[in-house]
Design a protein around this ligand. Sequence first.
Ligand code: DGL
Length: 293
Amino acid sequence: MPGAVPSQKPNGRAASDASAPVGIFDSGLGGLSVLRAVRATLPHERLIYVADSRHAPYGERDDDFIVDRTMAIGEWLVGQGAKALVVACNTATAQSIALVRERLPIPLVGVEPGVKPAAAVSKSRVVGVLATAVTLRSARFQSLLDRYAGDCRFICQAGHGLVQAVERCDTSSPALMALLESYLAPMLDAGADTLVLGCTHYPFLDRAIRDIAGERLQIIDTSVAIARQLDRLLDAHAQKSVSTPPETLPRFYSTADGETQRQLAAALLQLDAKVEHVDIPSRRTRLAEPDIV
Ligand code: DGL
């Protein structure tokens, strides 16, 4: 299951039934690329999606902030009756998956850059990785490289500005294209034939990447692997839903106003669903924003 972080808790402690929803969470809109794959793989699951857009990008936050937010949102989703959690954020997975897995009473799936599948398919043995600075400097990512890079050279580039662009629903402006090209050109010049999208926001830049690199880069996006891992996890816990009608819309929540989330879901996922605002206070945001109670 390339890119998916397996649950190590086959006998999850939650007592929720199969018709309970699956919670999916990201710092913002990127996890919608995972939600798209989950809907395609598991059409009978009810989904609750939380975008912490008010606090994105996590890739420019400190480690404690990311752990604090991930725990708070995971706990909120448990409170909403979620039977399983998908941490659809490489950055949150890199910083907090072990702790969250330890503390939450439901099984969970995280996501990490597809180093292993990239090393398996690259012919030139040069692979580019685009991810957040936090993901790239994490011990988990270094461990992935140590275990799976083999004889491949990985050119790692922090995608500063890309998450913010997707959060604005910008997937094709001239400024974005120039920024993306500045990240991809050195990889292409070095002979990369494969690109790992190590952030769940980046699959929404797929067309922009194609416009710049044509067919020269094989793109590794792990959202389908994550959906398959969730499928296996729900099976293992006998919690797979068979009853929810496939046309049931996800429940969307945002810690910001949710407008760009509604737009992106409509434009790129063809999901016309309302987005509710939610406040999910946590230790760090209470400190930083005393107006939040
Ligand atoms: N989608 C998140 C990820 O996969 C973006 C993190 C951020 O907000 O910087 O890493």
